[in-house]
Design a binder for this molecule. Structure first.
Ligand code: SF4
Length: 385
């Protein structure tokens, strides 16, 4: 297989791994040359700073010695695998970059020869890109289970984002998904190291004078965990290791794995988990505020912010002209920008009607049952629209 054939296989196989915000769900196949048989798969992705780039998500190798029950790359599964050496990948990526096909890369790997050796391969690749080929674009590096602290630190010096996939919310659940991964020592510990390094070396930063952001991923429904377990761990990570983003991937069975007959997780559950995780991260909600069912799941029929407001604000609506920012953003239909717009607008005028709020970008159909405008129930104005 030549380099592009391998990149075709490896970038296609990474399709399911969430890493950055994608503008579209599916990767776009892009041909290297008009005559080329195989395309590489590139996502249009939004970076943490809001910039939109063409992102190549790929593995260095799809060979793996571990046997996680849900994973298409697990050892012994019969499918076509491919491998790059660091120098080979760096050279082919830089060619893609020079042709304008890929502007950044998310680089992961199956584990071959242990976590430390695999991390070295990832580090060598990033090092060649940065220091030999002068690549100044976006690099997201995966940290392998079993990587050492010095390797985590080197990854942070080379990358814009580093990630460790926890896969499950705790030790017991991980044992059901990936019997040979150790939750505390192999997965959680690298995330703790990232935060330790950020705190202890505030003067020294990464390659572009900033330490990278950190993300993780959970396989939702793979270990029969509930949403409370997933969000408890997410809230802990937000607070203790300043996680930038938790990704939730609804479990989908893969043929020829031990979980091939397990039922797929409803994608709506994934969506509700994202909504609840944003409430925890950005809206000042505590875990106790999130409405769970008796068995620890988010209700599927209602978004968690709306469910909270129905329980807490319907009889105690919030006065838009007096509320603080932290209370405004708890109202359905009002986000961070909407709250800022309200705070600015009410410096000059009292806000008396829904049409004024609508002009400020507020989704008044959602917010009106839960607010007062100058002491009056805003919901009564809805018939005017
Ligand atoms: S270690 Fe990673 S690539 Fe290997 S089987 Fe487990 S999840 Fe898949």
């Amino acid at each position: 297989m030549d380099s592009i054939d391998r990149l075709h296989l490896l970038s296609e196989q990474m399709e399911l791994e969430p890493a950055e915000e994608h503008h579209e769900n599916e990767a776009r196949p892009v041909c290297f040359t008009p005559k080329q048989r195989n395309a590489v798969f590139v996502h249009q992705a939004q970076l943490p700073n809001g910039q939109s780039i063409k992102l190549l998500k790929t593995l260095l190798t799809s060979a793996c010695e571990r046997d996680c029950y849900y994973c298409p790359f697990r050892a012994g599964r019969d499918f076509r695998r491919a491998t790059f050496k660091p120098e080979e990948f760096a050279n082919v990526f830089i060619e893609l970059n020079r042709k304008g096909i890929a502007e950044g890369t998310f680089l992961s790997s199956g584990i071959a020869g242990g976590g430390m050796r695999t991390q070295d391969q990832l580090l060598d690749t990033a090092d060649i890109l940065r220091n030999k080929l002068g690549f100044r674009g976006y690099i997201h590096l995966k940290i392998m289970p079993g990587a050492e602290k010095a390797q985590v630190e080197r990854s942070m010096q080379l990358a814009d984002r580093v990630s460790v996939n926890l896969e499950a919310p705790n030790t017991n659940r991980l044992a059901k998904l990936a019997p040979h991964k150790q939750f505390l020592d192999e997965l959680l510990q690298p995330l703790r190291w990232v935060e330790e390094i950020r705190r202890s070396q505030s003067a020294y930063k990464g390659w572009n004078s900033r330490w990278p952001s950190t993300t993780t991923q959970f396989v939702v429904g793979g270990a029969d965990e509930n949403d409370l377990e997933l969000l408890t761990t997410t809230a802990w990570l937000n607070k203790n290791v300043r996680l930038k983003r938790a990704y939730f991937s609804a479990f989908n069975p893969i043929a020829d794995t031990p979980f091939e007959n397990k039922t797929a997780t409803n994608p709506l559950r994934e969506h509700r988990l994202y909504q609840a995780s944003f409430l925890l991260r950005d809206y000042g909600f505590d875990l106790e505020d999130i409405p769970f069912t008796d068995n620890g799941f988010l209700p599927l029929h209602s978004d968690p912010k709306l469910a909270w407001a129905q329980l807490n604000l319907r009889d105690q609506p919030i006065e838009i002209n007096r509320a603080e920012r932290r209370d405004l953003i708890r109202i359905p239909g009002i986000g961070s920008k909407g709250a800022e717009a309200i705070l600015r607008a009410r410096k000059t005028n009292k806000l008396n009607d829904l049409s004024t709020l609508r002009k400020l970008g507020i989704m008044v159909e959602r917010s009106s049952p839960f607010i007062l405008l100058n002491g009056k129930r805003a919901a009564n104005q809805l018939s005017l629209f």
